[in-house]
Design a protein around this ligand. Structure first.
Ligand code: HEC
Length: 304
């Protein structure tokens, strides 16, 4: 049989990759496995010393009475570093209005190295009359940018957004989800989970990371059959809204020596993710007929 040696090879790769993000990344790139994983691992494998300046440019098309501006004109980032920036949008009119944003990256040829993590395309977004929100955008520039000779003359990358009045306002989402005091939204948390966690975590199965079903109220580092870092295994803490929040801000600062390479720098995303994990954990305890995820999260969320 030809297939047996292949399986052994794949198994061997899997063992290797469990120990090395860089190898994991190469493996994924070589096999085309899990595009999302590749994307997530990329920023974590190598944060380069090299930096690049990213500038922000915003426009509002005629016919949309909004103000829309970046909170910072430009930032300098290390290649591979995840960066959180904010844009402010304000509806200057007396009516609720749905806007739609397009974005572009210039110079165009640098676009392939500019990676969105989440909340990048603001499509069909509603702002109520005179409402003002800070919208987070998390991005990183692929370290491969620094190795591409064609990029050597690129001193600055510009991310531009233009907001238009939406032609299809029916299915708009509310930009108020980014307000700090808006209620936690487990459904949004589920979406963020699939975008930013599912590459390494499932609810009911250990993967590159431990299974997260029922994580709320669980002791850290305690899932049977998962090979934790000693740091997490002996952290001696229980997962609550507060500890999950600190963990997601920066795992390796919260508990030095842990091996989760991902961060969630924006507070609104953390709030919704935690609400999702909490609702999902409560459902396990109470059974499927218990409170709906939404009310469970609203009722028990201790805030952060
Ligand atoms: C690139 C892979 C990767 C991604 C993406 C990732 N994690 Fe992890 N996560 C890990 C690894 C690896 C561990 C184990 C850390 C250790 O043992 O030090 C872990 C551990 C955890 C733990 C501790 C679980 C326990 O049993 O104690 C939580 C909670 C967690 N991750 C939440 C998340 C959330 C929420 C997201 C999405 C924002 C996420 N992780 C994204 C790799 C990942």
């Amino acid at each position: 049989m030809v297939i047996a040696p292949c399986l052994v090879a794949i198994l061997f790769m899997c063992c290797l990759v469990a120990y090395s993000p860089t190898l994991y990344r190469m493996f994924c790139a070589a096999t085309g496995l899990a595009g999302t994983t590749q994307r997530v691992i990329a920023d974590t494998a190598a944060i380069s010393k090299q930096t690049v300046t990213v500038a922000f440019d915003t426009n509002v098309a005629p016919g949309l009475p909004w103000r829309f501006e970046p909170d910072q004109r430009a930032v300098t980032v290390h290649l591979g570093e995840q960066k959180l920036v904010y844009f402010t949008a304000e509806n200057l009119s007396d009516q609720s209005i749905v806007g739609h944003a397009t974005f572009n990256v210039t110079p165009l040829r640098s676009g392939i190295y500019f990676n969105k993590i989440q909340c990048f395309c603001f499509s069909e977004e509603r702002l109520d009359a005179h409402q003002k929100v800070n919208m987070p955008v998390v991005f990183y520039v692929d370290p491969a940018f620094g190795r591409d000779a064609d990029m050597h003359d690129v001193a600055q990358i510009t991310l531009g957004y233009t907001f238009f009045r939406s032609a299809n306002p029916e299915n708009a989402r509310d930009l108020s989800r980014f307000l700090p005091d808006s209620p936690p939204d487990p459904a949004n948390g589920r979406e963020i989970f699939s975008e930013r966690c599912a590459a390494c975590h499932e609810l009911d199965r250990n993967k590159y990371g431990p299974m997260l079903g029922g994580v709320f109220g669980r002791r850290a580092g305690s899932v049977a059959g998962y090979d934790y870092s000693p740091a997490l295994k002996h952290a001696g803490l229980t997962w609550t809204a507060d500890s999950l929040n600190s963990w997601l801000i920066y795992p390796q600062k919260f508990i030095p020596g842990v091996k989760m390479p991902v961060r969630v720098p924006d507070a609104a995303s953390r709030r919704d993710l935690i609400a999702y994990l909490q609702a999902e954990s409560l459902q396990r305890i109470d059974g499927p007929n218990a409170a709906s995820p939404k009310s469970a999260a609203d009722g028990h969320h201790s805030g952060s």
